[in-house]
Design a protein around this ligand. Structure first.
Ligand code: DX5
Ligand code: ZN
Length: 225
């Protein structure tokens, strides 16, 4: 099954209440929340209070993607809010294994790789995380173009997960849209994050309903990324 995680960063934030109502109505699998600190990435977005407010408006699990330096400083506070999926960048900490095991005490722990970070950097970490999030754009902004050189990385990651027989989800984030989603899912990704691909669509609810229909993935693989 392909899980859809709309990234609210790309939505009209002045209409967030209505957007959350729509996501609740559709019953999306996860809500992706991009936390940026202006240091790890050149943008500032949401903090703890914002996530706390969202948690009050939805029962859909939150997928918080930390794009911050020193993620160990924030993880505990997000977990205390009841965040279900919590990920941080391998590039942002010197002690990823310690942080992953701490997150796992309370939620699903994810490790994120920037596009230029090779999978080999995970050599001594496989088995320590519940999901791997591969960035397919350079993090910082919604609405960027999918980097086609990431296709091989996604396939290789899926091969590793299968060959090690790991219970590990594979999440892809950046530049996904209705055109390329089936192809990316065919590489073995099971969580697709979409920002502009949903909220830049003339009818976001209709786009979501298509993305959440399993037959969308069996009937429409296009080679156009
Ligand atoms: C980028 C963020 C993404 C972004 C996705 O730094 O991590 O989650 O919001 O937006 P799109 O799908 O528009 O690339
Ligand atoms: Zn993200």
């Amino acid at each position: 099954m392909v899980k859809i995680a709309p990234s609210i960063l790309a939505s009209d934030l002045c209409e967030l209440g209505r957007t959350l109502e729509m996501l609740n109505r559709v019953g999306v699998h996860l809500i992706h929340v991009d936390v940026m600190d202006g240091h790890f990435v050149p943008n500032i977005t949401f903090g703890l209070d914002f996530v706390r407010q969202i948690k009050r408006k939805t029962k859909i699990p939150l997928d918080v993607h930390l794009m911050v330096k020193n993620p160990e400083f924030f993880c505990q506070q997000f977990l205390e809010l009841g965040v279900e999926y919590l990920s941080f960048h391998l590039e942002a900490t010197s002690h990823p294994q310690r942080l992953l095991s701490k997150i796992r005490e309370q939620g699903k722990a994810g490790i994120v790789l920037n596009p230029a970070t090779p999978l080999s950097f995970l050599e001594y970490l496989w088995g320590e995380f519940d999901f791997l999030l591969l960035m397919t754009v350079n993090p910082g902004f919604a609405g960027q173009k999918f980097l086609p050189q990431m296709e091989g990385k996604i396939r290789e990651a899926k091969q590793k997960i299968s060959s090690f027989n790991l219970d590990c989800e594979l999440e892809i984030d950046g530049g996904i849209n209705l055109m390329n989603a089936p192809l990316i899912a065919s590489y073995g990704a099971n969580i697709l994050v979409l920002g502009a691909g949903i909220f830049g669509h003339p009818d976001p609810e209709e786009a979501l309903l298509r993305l959440m229909n399993p037959s969308f993935y069996t009937n429409s693989v296009s080679n156009d990324v």
